[in-house]
Design a protein around this ligand. Structure first.
Ligand code: PEP
Ligand code: MN
Length: 406
């Protein structure tokens, strides 16, 4: 299984970042500074698309009182296929701002072009977001960034439709370079061949990596576009909060089944209220002495186990190299798919008996096996100089048969 993002390639080609694998500095205002929200998740809710003035008003009216901070509505819709509803366009901006003003909600919409930015700013929209399809296109992102130069409006960047952390980072960096300081990100899942039951599989590790690289950037989650169906939304929203994400964007429609876009994933305002009331917001940490003590003791044990794991991985790698040498001597290919199939079956069986999730063990073995094949390929092709791993003596009983390993 591949990792669900690829930072190495994107940073290596970045001219200004020195190819160090590090993200550029992205000075960012804390979320609380521009949103006023602190100690609870920021909430964005509203229809996928603005369809009519009444629809936007009724949704806003029924959202009133739910602690929603921003009323969202798509006005220009970047549809994957033509002949779908492509949004009302600029006239709907006024419906959004008027409904927001009537019910005490700030407003937000998606921008994909410079003219969208100009129209939204002109109409007094409070927050802009860049959609997944736009984040995937650096030309469009740069056009938006240029249009935002000198403006003082918060901007949220959705991850691109594919699990490309570099594009997500790049869009944040472009906004930052244009002077946008009230900046945030939205995780909306990624299109994958096997994403069931989700419409866009969550790539939590990509969001966690973004947080590691740019700790100051608030990250929201959009469970609606991750799930694609409304019954999955509460679980994904809770998981996002448990990972420390800073807010939620959820699609809410007055009559979801008759929505002009994304009907299956939208919820009524009343259902939104129920979902919110059932979410738990847990503390990021605790000062409690007993908690600190038991956590410390357990983490010490984890460190010991990880140390042993590292030792075992190094030992395994050494054996893999010895096998590579034996294969080279016998002019045998690095990969024996029969051995790999049997090895994996046996490990997955063992995983089951040990109560480990087979998918988890499979992912680990995919990585281990890829690395084994890579090392052996180097040895067999002569690129690695055929050295054995330090500290691993050849097994004297090893007949050096080819139907073996990695
Ligand atoms: C949306 O928020 O309506 C939308 C189109 O989302 P995404 O860009 O995540 O597909
Ligand atoms: Mn939508």
């Amino acid at each position: 299984m591949s990792t669900d993002y690829d930072l190495a390639e994107t940073t290596a080609t970045r001219p200004k970042g020195g190819g160090s694998g590090r993200a550029r500095e992205v000075p960012t205002l804390p979320l609380a500074r521009w949103s006023g929200v602190e100690g609870r998740p920021l909430l964005v809710a509203g229809p996928c698309s603005a369809e009519s003035e009444e629809q936007v008003f009724e949704t806003a009216r029924r959202l009133h009182g739910l602690q929603v901070d921003y009323l969202r509505a798509g006005i220009w819709k970047a549809r994957t296929r033509p002949d779908s509803f492509e949004g009302i366009g600029a006239p709907a901006l006024r419906w959004l701002t008027a409904a927001g003003a009537a019910f005490g909600l700030r407003t937000t919409t998606e921008v994909a072009r410079a003219e969208h930015v100009d129209a939204a700013l002109h109409e007094g929209i409070d927050l802009l977001w860049v959609g997944a399809r736009t984040t995937a296109n650096p030309f469009s992102v740069q056009e938006i960034a240029n249009a935002l130069r000198g403006c003082d409006i918060p901007v949220l960047i959705k991850n691109p439709t594919s699990a490309d952390l570099g594009l997500w980072l790049g869009a944040l960096e472009r906004m930052s370079a244009a002077g946008v300081e009230a900046l945030g990100a939205i995780h909306r899942g990624v299109a994958e061949a096997r994403s069931a039951p989700y419409r866009n599989a969550p790539a939590w590790s990509m969001a966690i990596e973004l947080r590691r690289l740019l700790p100051g950037i608030p990250i929201l989650c959009d469970p609606s576009h991750i799930c694609g169906r409304r019954d999955l939304i509460p679980g994904v929203a809770q998981h996002a909060l448990d990972l420390g994400l800073d807010g939620l964007m959820i699609e809410v429609h007055r009559d979801p089944d008759h929505a002009w876009s994304d009907a299956e994933q939208q919820v009524t305002p009343e259902r939104m209220g129920q979902i919110l009331s059932e979410l738990s917001v847990r503390a990021p940490d605790s000062e409690d002495a007993a908690f600190t003590r038991s956590l410390g003791a357990l983490r010490d044990r984890i460190d010991v186990v990880d140390h042993a794991l590292m030792g075992l991985l190094a030992e395994r790698a050494g054996i893999v190299e010895l096998i590579g040498q034996v294969k080279k001597d016998n002019n045998v290919m690095p990969l024996q798919s029969t051995r790999w199939r049997h090895l994996l079956e046996a490990r997955l069986e063992e995983a089951r008996t040990l109560g480990l999730e087979p998918q988890y063990v499979k992912a680990i073995y995919d990585v281990i096996h890829n690395e084994s094949v890579r090392r052996q390929s180097e040895i067999v092709s002569g690129e690695a100089g055929g050295h054995g791993a330090a500290g691993v003596a050849p097994d004297p009983g090893d007949p050096g048969r080819s139907e073996d390993v990695p």
